[in-house]
Design a protein around this ligand. Structure first.
Ligand SMILES: O=c1ccn([C@@H]2O[C@H](COP(=O)(O)O)[C@@H](O)[C@H]2O)c(=O)[nH]1
Length: 308
C-alpha cells in the first residue's frame, strides 16, 4: 500500500490528505434537514448527514488527492450509526481509488493491539467464514505501550500489504509535556523516531517503508530533524490550516526526491465554505469550496517545495 500511496502522490502532484472529520456543525443545514426528514433528529439522522456530507466532498476532491483520513472519533460520537457511517465512508473512498488512512490512534497490550489491528487492517475468521471488518489501508498507532503495542499492527501489515503511521511528535500545543522530555539529553520523540526507523527496516516497499510516522506541521524544526532520523519513513503531517501550519513550514519534512511526506488538512478543507476566502461558493456548493481549498493547499505546498 505504501507503493500505491507514493505512486498516487507522484501522479496527482499533491502530497495531500483530506481529513474527513465531519462534525455536525460543519454539515450545511440543507444536508442535515434532508437527513432528519428521513431519520428524525436521531443518531441515525446525524450519521446519514455526515455520510452525505463526506460523499459530496469526496466526489469533489477524489481526482485531486491521493488519500483521505477519516478521524474515527468524529464518527464514534454518533455511536453505532456513526461507526456505520465510518465504514461506508471508508468503502466509498476506496471505490474512488483513494488511499484510506484510518486515524484511530490505537495501541495497547499485545493481545488487544492484535484485535485492533485485525479490526482495522486485517481479516477476522468467524466459523468457516472470513470477514474484512473496517478495511482501511493505513492506521495511526499510539506507541506509548512500546513494541508490544506496535508489533501486532506490523504483523497484520506484512500479511495484508497495508501500513501504519506511528505518533512521533504530535501537532497539539501540549505535545511537549511528555514527547519533549529529555532522556540522556535527547527528547523522547527522537527515541520514538529511531524505533520507527528500526521497525520500518523490516517493512520496506520499493523506496519507502510501510511503517511511517506522524510529525506535526506546527513543529517545523522538529520535522527537519526527524526527516533525517527516519529517512525511509513516510511522514504524515497534520496541523496544516486550522492549527496554523503553512506551506513554508513544510519543505523540510520532504526528502530531496520531493517525496517522503503527506500533509493533512481536515477543517481547512471540509469546512472551507465557512471561510471568507471561499464564502462565494455558499453552503449549497460546499463541495466546490472544498475543491478550491485543496487546489490552494496544493499550490501552497508546491511553491514551498520549489523554493527549497
Ligand atoms: O498530531 C496529530 C495527530 C493527529 N491529528 C489529527 O489530524 C486532524 C487535524 O484536523 P485539522 O482540522 O486539520 O486541524 C484531526 O483529525 C486530528 O485528530 C492532529 O491534528 N495532530
Amino acid at each position: 500500500m505504501i507503493n500505491k500511496l507514493v505512486e498516487k502522490i507522484r501522479k496527482t502532484g499533491a502530497p495531500i490528505v483530506v481529513g474527513l472529520d465531519p462534525m455536525l456543525a460543519y454539515v450545511p443545514d440543507h444536508v442535515q434537514q434532508k437527513a432528519f426528514a428521513e431519520f428524525g433528529e436521531t443518531l441515525e439522522g446525524a450519521a446519514e448527514a455526515i455520510w452525505q456530507f463526506n460523499k459530496e466532498i469526496v466526489d469533489h476532491v477524489c481526482d485531486l488527492v491521493p488519500a483521505v483520513k477519516p478521524q474515527i472519533a468524529m464518527y464514534e460520537q454518533f455511536g453505532v450509526p456513526g461507526l456505520a457511517a465510518f465504514k461506508k465512508t471508508v468503502d466509498y473512498c476506496k471505490s474512488k481509488d483513494l488511499v484510506v488512512i484510518g486515524d484511530i490512534k490505537r495501541g495497547d497490550i499485545g493481545s488487544t493491539s492484535a484485535a485492533y489491528a485485525i479490526g482495522h487492517l486485517g481479516k477476522i475468521r468467524v466459523g468457516s467464514k472470513e470477514y474484512v471488518p473496517f478495511d482501511e489501508d493505513f492506521a495511526t498507532v499510539n506507541p506509548y505501550l512500546g513494541s508490544d503495542g506496535v508489533n501486532p499492527f506490523i504483523k497484520v501489515c506484512q500479511e495484508e500489504k497495508k501500513g501504519i503511521f506511528v505518533l512521533v511528535k504530535t501537532s497539539n500545543p501540549s505535545s511537549g509535556e511528555f514527547q519533549d522530555r529529555l532522556i540522556l539529553e535527547r527528547p523522547l520523540y527522537e527515541y520514538v523516531g529511531e524505533k520507527v526507523a528500526e521497525w520500518g527496516a523490516q517493512c520496506m516497499g520499493e523506496d519507502y517503508s510501510y511503517v511511517g510516522a506522524v510529525v506535526g506541521a506546527t513543529y517545523p524544526e522538529i520535522g527537519k530533524v526527524m526527516r533525517k532520523v527516519m529517512p525511509k519513513a513516510y511522514i504524515l503531517v497534520p496541523g496544516y490550516g486550522a492549527q496554523g501550519g503553512q506551506g513554508k513550514d513544510l519543505a523540510h519534512f520532504f526528502n530531496e526526491d520531493g517525496l517522503g511526506a503527506i500533509v493533512n488538512s481536515s477543517r481547512g478543507i471540509i469546512a472551507a465554505y465557512k471561510q471568507e476566502a471561499y464564502a462565494r461558493f455558499g453552503a449549497e456548493h460546499f463541495g466546490e469550496a472544498s475543491r478550491a481549498a485543496v487546489e490552494a493547499m496544493r499550490n501552497d505546498i508546491r511553491s514551498a517545495l520549489d523554493q527549497k
